[in-house]
Every structure is written in C-alpha cells, then in structure tokens.
Write a protein that binds this ligand. Sequence first.
Ligand code: PGA
Length: 256
Amino acid sequence: MARKKLIAGNWKMNGLMEDGIALAKGIAQEVKAFGKSECEFLVCPPFTLLASVKKALRGAKVALGAQDVHFAEKGAHTGDISPLMLKDLGCTYVIIGHSERRADHFESNELICKKAVAAHAAGLKTVICIGETEAQRDAGKTIDVCKEQILGSVPDDSTAADTVIAYEPVWAIGTGKTPTAKDVEEVHAAVRKVLAKKIGKGNANKMKILYGGSVKPSNAKEFLSLPDVDGALIGGASLKVADFMAIAKNASENKK
Ligand code: PGA
C-alpha cells in the first residue's frame, strides 16, 4: 500500500510577520524547485500568520494548516477560532490534540474528538496527535497510552482522506532525544492495528501515520524509511528552510 509521505511543519508560537513570510517564501521556492515530488508538504504557522503565509505560498504545492481549532461553528467563545474561519482563510488542515495543548490547555481525548468532528464537517483535514510522556514510557505503558488516545480522540467515521495521525512521544519533543527506530515502528504498527479495529482495515491501511519529536535532517532517513512511518511532523527544524527541505529529501529517497 503506497502512502505518499507528508512533510509537515509545526511552527508553534514562532514568527513575526517578516520572518514568517520569509520562511514561507523560502519553502515555496524550494518546493517548486523540488520538482515532481514523492512527498506532500504542509506548514502550520500561528494564526496571526495564516493569511500572509497563504499569500507567500502561492503557486507552490504546500498545504496550509492551523495548530488548533474550536469545535463550535461560531458564537460566544472569546479568543477561539472556528473550523469555518480556518477554511475561509485557505487552510486545508488543522493540527488537533498536540501534546502541548493537551498539557497547557488540559485538552482531553473527548474534546480533541469533538474538535476533529467539527473540523471534518467543515471540510478540513486533521492531524491528530498522540504520544506518551516519559513517565508512561518508563512504566512500559507506551502502546496502551497510544491506543487509548486513538480510541478516544479519533472520530469513528474518520477516513484516510480526512485524518492523519501523528505519533509524538512527549519526551522527544524539542529535547533532541528520540526513540529508537525499532520503538517507533512498533508503536506505528500498533497504532495501525488499533485504527483497523476502529475505522476498518481499508482506511487504516491508507491512513498516514507521521512520526514527530526532534526530527532533523540527520535522523530523518532512519525514521522515514520505516514501513509504517508516512512522514514527519517537525517543530524546531521546520523553522529553517534548509533543514525542512533536507528532511523532505530524505523522505523522497525512501520511497516504499
Ligand atoms: P520538535 O517538535 O520537532 O521541535 O521536537 C515536534 C512537534 O512538537 O510537533
């Protein structure tokens, strides 16, 4: 089952207007030069940069995504952004349930699932994040935690066309630490198995499962060549055009 690799940049809370536009323009230029690509590209800037980044990406095959969304269509939710607002800005993706939102904003699997349902209803694709903490890993609970997060946060009617899963061990995010390739493949295979039970084998086999957590050019090949790894969700290294593109190059050299 050939799944095209997705190279996704999560800019997090980084970038003022000038830097954000320069980064997007740099990526757009490189992606155009990349030619016929074996991978798909996605960038997820902060809300404040979405409109300008959309403009800067014009003509390049790079999808635009947000980093969070509210589940309501509109109304009295001060400070929140609705799925339709993101759609209106030209987003086609939204990241949901990133561990930083689970931790900083106390987001539960149930809330994440509600957000995903709303995003899908508005025609957005979701990147739903899962992953264990260091304590959970030390306790040997990695697979159990990931399974529970999949069962609780992925809507029952999700399909490979509207959902991407990102496995990001919390302890590997922004730390420079990474699991072994064997560990990553084991978790991804387990995730695909639990997805098969939840949404059917056909969808599960087609669904992209990304790895995230300290991905950089020097380790990208190791992860992106694994059978169940269908791309990367990249934080720190997505803020540099050269690093982001070097990771993509590794992905395209690893065609399955
Ligand atoms: P990192 O972040 O690449 O900086 O570790 C990944 C993420 O949180 O998506």
